[in-house]
Design a protein around this ligand. Sequence first.
Ligand code: BGP
Length: 477
Amino acid sequence: MSFRKDFLWGGACAANQFEGAWDVDGKGVSVPDLCTNGTKDCPKSITTKVEPGRLYPSHEAIDFYHHYKEDIALFAEMGFKVFRTSINWTRIFPTGIEEKPNEAGLQFYENVFKECQKYGIEPLVTLSHYELPYGLVEAYNGWAGEEVIGHFERYCHVVFERYQHLVKYWLTFNEINGGTTQLGTTLSLGTVKGYSGPVNGIQITPQLRYTALHHQLVASAKVVAYAHAHYPQFQLGDMNVFLTAYPLTCDPKDILATQQHNNVLNWFCSDVQIRGAYPSYMDRYFRENGIDLQITEEEKEILKKGTVDFYTCSYYMSTCITTHENSEEVAGNLAGGAKNPYLTASEWGWQIDPDGLRYTLNEIYERYQLPIMVVENGLGARDEKGADGHVHDSYRIDYLRKHIEAMREAAEDGVDLMGYTPWGCIDLVSASTGEMAKRYGFIYVNKFDNGTGDLSREKKDSFDWYQKVIRTNGEDL
Ligand code: BGP
């Protein structure tokens, strides 16, 4: 057994990390546009609130806005069946609050999706990928304000209507479970007004964080139910960052700590979005962390009605959990936790674990019995051009090959896998570092952190390799 015949091979990007053109054609300011180290175009009062010191060239990025035809042609050349991208909410509603959408923004995505259609590429669209309009931060403190739900619904209704004949697959919030962690707060919840303390350890209270996340879960359920009612041809998915965690030792205390860690971080959001209700294990967590969510009966009904059709996640790494002191921590790993002695890590401390992907996919499928798509995976690396002027990224091929092998094993185990979109299929701006230097693409973009580069595109070795993988439906790796 191997991959399904209709397996969706492709790649993934997000508007704020690759489009650039941050203020053209009526686009408003979104949260990531402000993470720019005091760029002159940004209101200074805001940049001091949002991670100053972090270079975030989302303003120009790789200028997909003006290169989309060329880029989609390259994706088509690789044989993409699907292209995951996101709609930047502020192109459609510049502050999030307007009653009427911005036609130029709507037209841009129509052009992009039609370009995909030209090559038979199915768009997979994330409705919100770290792109909250800053107007909604000012007005309501981001997702902490219940009012944002209504604004999100209006935005979704408009794009559903406009793209109903061009887009079938939708994801509501990128890595929604990132909002359970302090780290995910700024970009995913937009609650940048309510924190105090050091900018790199953004502190907002657990109460505020989980309130904001609750509003996202309700908003997601509302638009999923709406889409099911109005557009039966749509398929809607959730999207989680799956940070697989193993017990560091066989001490039962480590096993328990890992279970609890996984419940809150890896399962809570998808349990709500797939099973339609808050899981009981969260009651104790909320009690012990001073979180009091007044969930109304009406909201419970909404959550029950708005469950998704398929499960998606990003998967980059795994980590270990332990109750034992003096274990070695992993540096830079998004998941935190203890170092796994059996794994190597990327330069950024992300522990590379293809077997963990097979394990994780089995766990997810066992729990939900829904089709699964791995919508992000890949190796961030500092690509250097060889003497012949080309990037020979055998390390990336090696990483992807092992993860595709693991997916094939999972399919053999019985997991219903529907597709795979490796992250940053064309080089783009890194979300965690704000740099171009951390590259993931099959396509190299001549753009550098010091602002230089002519934005030209070049194929890396991985381009031809991935083309072959797609052509053989994952047989020839
Ligand atoms: C995920 C995000 C992406 C992406 C990716 C790689 O968490 O959904 O937006 O950036 O991680 O992370 P990074 O860019 O930090 O290397």
